[in-house]
Ligand binder design. Structure first.
Ligand code: TYD
Length: 191
């Protein structure tokens, strides 16, 4: 089982992915949690480049598209090995992040052709204002405009993909967590 958290920056993915990991462990599952970008050499390079002032420029976004795809390929090998051992994989972000953050869509899809399809995508959907106020980005206006388009792209993906579940991430932490547990329980019950 490969479960992925998606959502705009500041939507609470890292907190909720850890809470879900603890919950599934308490239910007796063997769980592994990953974060993209990963801790590989490529992932570390990505984190460094993300700090550059021109990180949102078109050329840098193309570079990020390639780097994220490469970082992800390394992760896919690990995920495949762990899934063979019946582990539950939780990941904070996946190729869907590249599809909504980078462009153009068809090219990003192609370079991520070998990325594994998650069984379940938990889309933490949050009001822009709340997410932006939590974000570390300095240029608030530019950031809000960018994240608004990312949010809309996520919702379009969710409407067109049967593995997506939209979670209302504006609620408090406990409510969001119990919504997630309910969705995950129902998916496990079906399998
Ligand atoms: P993340 O660590 O989730 O952000 P934060 O810890 O600041 O909440 O992700 C880092 C940034 O990388 C985030 O702005 C989203 C971006 N990103 C992409 O643009 N494409 C991708 O494929 C991925 C995985 C992340």
């Amino acid at each position: 089982m490969y479960i992925v958290f998606e959502g705009i920056d500041g939507s609470g993915k890292s907190t909720q992915s850890k809470l879900l990991k603890d919950y599934l462990i308490s239910k007796g599952y063997d769980v592994e949690l990953f974060v993209e970008p990963t801790d590989s050499d490529i992932g570390r390079l990505i984190r460094r480049l993300l700090q550059n002032p021109d990180a949102r420029s078109d050329l840098m976004q193309k570079t990020f598209g390639l780097l994220f795809a490469a970082d992800r390929m390394i992760l896919m090998k690990k995920i495949n090995d762990l899934e063979c051992k019946n582990k539950v994989i939780i990941s904070d972000r996946s190729f869907y992040s590249s599809l909504v953050y980078q462009e153009p869509y068809d090219w990003i899809k192609e370079i991520n052709r070998y990325a594994k399809q998650p069984d379940l995508v938990l889309l933490l959907d949050m009001d822009l204002k709340t997410a932006v106020s939590r974000s570390k980005e300095t240029d608030e206006f530019e950031n809000e405009e960018f994240l608004s388009s990312v949010k809309e792209k996520y919702l379009t993906l969710a409407r067109n993909s049967s593995n997506f579940k939209i979670i209302n991430a504006n609620n408090n932490l406990e409510e969001v967590s119990s919504d997630i547990k309910r969705v995950v329980d129902s998916v496990f019950d079906k399998n």
